[in-house]
Ligand binder design. Structure first.
Ligand code: GCW
Length: 672
């Protein structure tokens, strides 16, 4: 029975008419080269065996009709073709129908072997999605250099905000035993262009930097290397004290810098292609340079200098909000980081979450994007659904990421989208907080695999669109019957808006229950830090609801470019989806539909629940059209989601009614 373990690489047999067409064009695999080339040829044979039902002959040189020729620009078979590879960079590829020695072949070429592997996955996708293999002329290259997963995995295998079981890193058996799952993990990531993985949690202790742990990291790096995936580690800023026995971790102390340099050299001796570090500093209790009255730049640069001789990069997170700072949490990252523009080393990437608060179902784009033109910024998104119903709620995050990436920062001028900001600068990248765990289906649910898949696609091309990605994923994961993929893609495309509607409509945010962030808690007001309490975010009172971030309030809008600030700051011009994010609005305010705000809120909560019911209705007739086990899992999860969408709606309306004292509309019970 299908479990979902194969992800989007199921390689199921194609229909007979397609098999004959494809088989004529895929008779043999011709490849010579190193380990990545072997992996590429192996994947191609595996895909063909699964989808077309035979093992194409593997040859090094002799070519027949229907050969798929894999090679780099230097390969003897490829070089004479004079292919336009130069502009494609190290990771780009080209797929072309061509003739070699009078034989009709398909060439998959890259400047390096990793490009060839990416090309093979693309070629297999053509078959998976039933595209023609005739007259191919495809070229592609990633638009961002660092495309990394961030695992929030602790060394005891607990995954912070993970809803898919334990960490897949089975440290106890490493380095002696390399689970075959690591190879499948690498295949899946390579298939979507992910080229790095941060193995450890940003909140983890420093132990992973100890020699006995580095030996295990090295073993993982060896599995991932042929797939073009580098390993990175989180570096706890206080490691020189905890591991090195120093009295301080002050970044300007020469002994501290020396300790890090030695540590980095030690890592590179074991792992010559080590990617670098990811650091969470002076955030939520983590140590950092401010402990020594140093800036983020001083802290980051010290580590960056240790990594630079090895070409390592340092990802320094901008997710900061200080307990002592009574100002709007929305403003803190900008306040601390923007003045440091231009002060970071070239191999530092400042890692900025898509929004200024924290991975909510909807947030406006982070004001730092565009505001630090002299500093490479990368974007961090959360693939795991901490605030969107964990693994049980169906929420395809493609539209959320597309919305963030397509947001116009107006810096330096109109048309400067977040995507363009990410693509500019000496270093570029995107990070996704992984949703991967030891569950057989990897991500905790069948549909959450789509978010892993989509992350890879957006990191490769931040200009990508969510819908075609959903279509590809649906076809590869659930088969090519339009009667199946049609409803699935519609469900996916509407799912995130449904979550916004039943959890946090009209620009509300951060109303989740304490700690676990699952389920509603808009009434919570008693947590130690004001900005942890949902009441801090919605500010509902007898007069109205919403957070005034305009000039009459915290003026967080002032951190955006003037054009953006003018739009967000004007109640009449702000996109309604951000209304309560930026404005405190009276309950009787008329929304664009003509409802009062109070009624509009209720309409949205109802709409969210109805959208989940519509997903249930769309899923039901797919019984028998998809395999039973996965179908049942989705059915069950949708039922859970329906119940909990209702819980969100009813609890939220009941609570807000107790504040607004407005009448409850028909069909809504009075609070118990
Ligand atoms: O989203 C919040 C989470 C924390 C997380 C933190 C962060 C890793 O609730 O669990 O810690 O953000 O991004 O650092």
């Amino acid at each position: 029975a299908e479990t979902g373990y194969d992800l989007w690489l199921r390689y199921q047999p194609v229909e007979a008419q397609w098999r004959d067409r494809y088989a004529a064009l895929v008779t043999q695999v011709t490849a010579a080269g190193g380990t990545t080339m072997l992996v590429a040829a192996g994947e191609l044979r595996r895909g063909v065996a699964g989808m077309l039902g035979y093992d194409p002959v593997r040859r090094e040189t002799v070519i027949g009709d229907g050969a798929v020729v894999l090679g780099t620009a230097q390969s003897p078979l490829i070089a004479p073709l004079g292919l336009p590879l130069a502009k494609l960079g190290r990771e780009g590829y080209l797929i072309r129908s061509a003739a070699i020695g009078g034989k009709r072949v398909t060439v998959i070429a890259g400047n390096a072997e990793i490009g060839v592997l990416y090309g093979v996955f693309r070629f297999l996708k053509l078959i998976q999605t039933r595209q023609s293999l005739d007259d191919l002329d495809i070229s592609d290259a990633p638009r961002l250099a660092v495309r990394v997963l961030n695992h929030w995995d602790n060394l005891d295998r607990y995954v912070e905000r993970g809803y898919a079981g334990q960490s897949i890193w089975d440290w106890q058996k490493l380095p002696g035993h390399k689970d075959s799952r690591y190879t499948d993990y690498a295949r899946a990531n390579a298939s979507i262009g992910i080229n790095g993985t941060v193995l450890t949690n940003v909140n983890a202790n420093a132990d992973v930097l100890r020699p006995e742990w580095l030996a295990r990291v090295k073993a993982l790096a060896e599995v991932f290397r042929p797939y073009g995936i580098k390993v990175y580690l989180t570096a706890r800023f206080s490691a020189p004290i905890e591991l090195g026995g120093l009295k301080t971790a002050d970044p300007l102390d020469p002994q501290v810098a020396r300790w890090w340099k030695d540590k980095v050299d030690e890592i590179y001796r074991a792992i010559p292609d080590f990617g670098g570090f990811l650091v969470k500093a002076n955030s939520e209790g983590q140590p950092g340079p401010s402990d020594y009255k140093r800036t983020h730049a001083e802290g980051a640069n010290m580590l960056a200098d240790a990594l630079a001789p090895h070409k390592g990069v340092l990802m320094w997170r901008a997710f900061v909000y200080a307990a002592e700072n009574p100002d709007d949490r929305h403003k803190q990252a900008y306040t601390e980081f923007q003045p440091l523009d231009g002060k970071f080393r070239d191999n530092v990437l400042v890692q900025v979450k898509n929004g200024a608060i924290d991975f909510q179902p909807r947030e406006p784009f982070h004001p730092l994007f565009g505001a630090m033109p002299k500093t490479p910024l990368m974007m961090e998104v959360q693939i795991t659904k901490e605030y969107l119903g964990f693994a049980t709620h169906l929420a395809y995050l493609g539209p959320l990421w597309e919305e963030a990436l397509q947001a116009d920062t107006f810096r330096p001028g109109k048309g400067s989208t977040v995507a363009k900001v990410l693509e500019s600068g000496a270093a570029t990248g995107m990070a996704g907080v992984a949703n991967i765990g030891s569950d057989v289906n990897w991500s905790g649910s069948q549909f959450d695999q789509a978010n892993w898949y989509a992350f890879g696609r957006f990191a490769w091309d931040p200009q990508a669109k969510a819908e075609p990605i959903a279509r590809d994923w649906a076809a590869m994961t659930w088969g090519n019957d339009p009667a199946v993929t049609g409803p699935i893609v519609r469900m996916m495309m509407e799912s995130r808006e449904a979550v916004v509607d039943y959890m946090t409509p009209l620009g509300l945010g951060h109303l989740m229950a304490t700690g676990h962030h699952y389920g509603p808690g808009p009434w919570i007001a008693d947590l130690a830090r004001p900005e942890w309490n949902p009441v801090y975010y919605h500010k509902a009172d007898a007069r109205g609801i919403g957070f005034d971030r305009t000039a009459t309030g915290t003026n967080a809008v002032g951190q955006y470019a003037p054009e953006v600030a003018a739009r967000f700051g004007d109640r009449k011009r702000v996109p309604e989806q951000f209304l309560l994010w930026f404005h405190h609005v009276p309950w009787d305010y008329r929304t664009r539909s003509g409802w009062t705000l109070w009624d509009e809120l209720i309409v949205r909560y109802d709409r969210g629940v109805a959208a989940v019911e519509a997903m249930q209705a769309a899923w039901k007739p797919l019984a028998g059209k998809v395999d039973a086990r996965r179908w049942e899992e989705v059915r069950d999860f949708l039922a859970i989601q329906r119940d909990e969408a209702g819980w969100w709606r009813d609890a939220s309306i009941a609570y807000f009614q107790s504040v607004s004292k407005r009448p409850l509309p028909a069909g809504h019970a009075a609070p118990a």
